[in-house]
Design a protein around this ligand. Structure first.
Ligand SMILES: [Cu+2]
Length: 153
């Protein structure tokens, strides 16, 4: 595992070198990296109309045991409700198909410090908002996918 990890980090550093020109201030982790807490969407939080696919590409790479924090206000007269679902596979991700999706946070759980989700496995995660039966996901761009890399500990 240790060998595999250092190999992976080497690969990351190599790709980092290639990306340096276009992305000078991106942080690449070292082997002693602690798991991070990442606010989904940054200061945009979890909202309708922000491109979370682009956000995830810019924010990555992500690692196993990183925590994603989804921040969204509970439903009120002035805010649109949101939720967090895990879609089943790539196909349902592409189509924003919520059938058989797993609800991980309902519309009330994003308030305060936000809803925290720890990515425990090295597998694809397909996140989406479930509001409007796919409408927020499809039209509101409220979806992104992450495959966390093994954390090197
Ligand atoms: Cu939403």
């Amino acid at each position: 595992m240790a060998l595999r990890c250092s190999y992976l980090v080497t690969l990351l550093i190599l790709s980092a070198t290639l990306l340096v020109v276009v992305n000078a201030n991106r942080n690449f982790p070292n082997e002693k990296q602690k798991s991070r807490k990442i606010i989904v969407g940054g200061d945009q939080k979890w909202r309708f109309g922000f491109n979370y696919t682009n956000w995830a590409i810019k924010e990555g790479p992500f690692f196993v045991n990183d925590t994603l924090v989804f921040k969204f206000d509970p439903p009120s007269n002035t805010t649109s409700p949101h939720s967090v679902y895990l879609l089943r596979n790539y196909q349902s991700f592409v189509n924003c198909d919520l059938k058989k999706a797993k609800k991980v946070a309902d519309v009330t759980q994003g308030g305060g410090n936000g809803f925290k989700y720890v990515m425990k496995k090295q597998k694809p995660y397909y996140f989406a908002c479930g509001v409007g039966n796919g409408f927020h996901c499809k039209i509101g761009l409220m979806k992104f996918t992450v495959i966390p890399l093994p954390s090197c500990k």
